[in-house]
Design a protein around this ligand. Sequence first.
Ligand SMILES: [Zn+2]
Length: 407
Amino acid sequence: MQVNGERLWSRLMDMAKVGPGVAGGSNRQSLSDQDRDGRDLFLSWATASGCTHEYDEIGNLFVRREGTDPTAAPILMGSHLDTQPTGGRFDGVYGVLGGLEVIESLNDHGIKTTRPIELCVWTNEEGSRFQYSMMGSGVWANHLELETARALKDVDGISVAQELDRLGWKGERPASPTDYSAAFELHIEQGPILEADDLEIGVVTGVQGFRWYTINLEGHPVHAGPTPMEGRQDPAKAVGRIITEVYEMAAEFAPWGRSTFAMFSSHPVSPNTVPERLRCSLDIRHPELESLDAMESKMRSIVDSVCDSLGVRGTVTLDNDSPPVAFAPSCIEAVEASVKDQGFSYNKMISGAGHDACYVALHCPTSMIFVPCEGGLSHNEAELITAEQAARGASVLMGAVLRVAEA
Ligand SMILES: [Zn+2]
């Protein structure tokens, strides 16, 4: 049994026009007017399909298709509708609209499931406007305090709490784990592996862990001209060495180790003064907890030794910790069986990116389904999948849901 690929594709294209980007993608940052318009469009479709809906305290939006046994633990599908500032048309959106397409197709085929089916639109998965990625699912999973999330502010000083009130998204439903029998997140791969191996589906068995840090370096501000190079306490010199050594460290953890420096700022903002303070973000990733811990301790000792040698004061603050995740064998098997039923080529794989499913997996059996995207490109307005790829993934999701819907 297949989903209606045409309907799914036209909805993906309609959603992309809400909060359009500047280069063919989308700009629906979390809790913005564009995010609201996107959810409104989604809700108009979900309501027309006969679903009820409910918001929880952090604005996660749950849509429900009732089962023949309303007391049975439901099955959860879901992803996110918010995007990066220069986001693509499929990251997250595909998982939400693919989930809705499963519900629509079950309606079309007159199939009633014993278990209710819920579809969640998680709040602020991207973590770009409010800098905590997978925020809504993190709160739901008790990984992040509700009040900490509500206090997050954007660059204009507007808080998550203010926006939830403004949009009317602060619901009555507690933002805490409820009993789901199984959960599935459908997503684009956001990497190059499936395309390179010419495979149609990725059966995702787990997700890389990641940690976000702020590295703060404090030196001594002096004139760029008269001050000799020797003896300067220069945070820029320190950050240069730190970057080189941390990249070398990541290479020691190949093929899975990752390190990414970004978001540099300095003070004072002047071209002819050695900075007093220099700050940058660092993201490190690995699918195994032991290796992630080892990467962190190596990184910390690199910062310490570089700073000691240059007379710079360095501190490292952990801002976000998303542990590696191993998905539930029962859900992985349901997805694999569904792929085999439909005769698609596939491979089992680890996700390099974090997803809401990581937090969901802390509380109920969970797995993910990937489809390839062109060139592995994501977080880019040019992000692209084909209508056929979209339909395949949603059909696999439907098959997996049906396998667990009666159990
Ligand atoms: Zn995503």
